[in-house]
Write a protein that binds this ligand. Sequence first.
Ligand code: NOJ
Length: 445
Amino acid sequence: MAFPKNFLWGTATSAGQIEGGALDDGRTPSIWDTLATKPGRIHNNSTPAVACDSYHKFDRDLKNLIDLGVNSYRFSISWSRVMPNGVGPLNDKGMDYYKRVIEQLNKNNITPNVTLYHWDLPQVLEDRGGWVNRDSIQWFGEYADKMFRAFGDVVPMWSTINEPIATYVGYAHGGFAPGHRNECWGNQARHNILVAHGKGVEAFRALNLKDSKIGVVIDIWKRHALTDSPEDIALMIDEDERNWKFYTDPILAGRYSDYILEHLEKEGTLMKMEPHDFELTGQPLDYFGLNVYNRVTVTRNEQARLDFSQGGNFLNNRNEYYPKAVYDAIHLLHDLYDIKYPIYVTENGTFFEGTEPVAEDGMIHDDDRIRYVAGFLEWLEKAIDEGYDVRGYYLWSLMDNFEWTAAYNFKFGIMSTDFATGNVTWKKSAYFYRDFIKAAIERSK
Ligand code: NOJ
């Protein structure tokens, strides 16, 4: 058993997906609250206004975390709850909520791992152009600075941005908030958010916080070509470049690839950049947060696609079962960037679409989820055995929550949320994870 002593075992959530309390105590809407007012954009026209109601029910969450035996919890701060105008004065009541969450976690030896931006831009800032506006770099810098000043001495782990690709999807493809469909905006927004990340790191370093670390969270979905035809190899390269290297390159290598620069230029969608931007994006970090869910297979060959769909190894949710994805991603970070930072798997998990059946014993037997998580942990352990420096694993997610445009239809929790009552009950996978953590910690002693 290779999981080291002091390995962080956690679950992950985010403010916009669990908190609810959308307009309580001075909070203003985020871009997701706004998107939810537009018919047809979110499954069933559901909204995140109540979600798991964690804003009022943190004690419920805390008890579940304690009972699970995790030693860390990854969550995010709702920007518009603590700064209702996006910039300017803090909202005391909103700050009190996080103060209490952090205090309670620390008191129970659960390390808070706080994400500053998990997709929920204050709508007031979107009204000023959002991430397409270069001022967003300053807005985020100010927000980050204020959070570090308030909580820097009680939060040992921070990340600036979670999955910056979501911002591109929100401005270029409309799939996510704020729901725009403009490729130039998408590229500008994703560039700005990467620079904003750097601004956040700069603010963090300026405070010289002794017992706290900063990183960023990027999702890697490695492409695999189903045939070795030149078309499929080209497709794989193209998708790798656009879907994750776009983010890892400026952060881990301090530049965009020639491929991206040339292609965007040719496509007429190249964003405006300033030379100093890359000093910001490429600043040294204390750790790298890796979200990893799967690989993606690509091909232009219909027959190869069909063969794969009939012969591959799939979960009930029709996603491929490929737990080696985590091992591949860790290798990739070393092979491509010779990464020197410790890695934390900041998210990994799988979903059930619709209503998960409850067995006669009253429990949800989510055996597929157990298989998925167990498989990923096995490959993670293999990477650690080989000597790779991985220091934590966070399961997504503690409980079923607002899964963005899929709202309450995609269940990612190891616990089930009754969205009518706010009751949260354990699925079989929660017991599995509890026992796994316990055994791993025992063995590492
Ligand atoms: C990525 C995101 O960070 C999180 O918000 C989302 O719910 C999960 N993956 C599952 O899709």
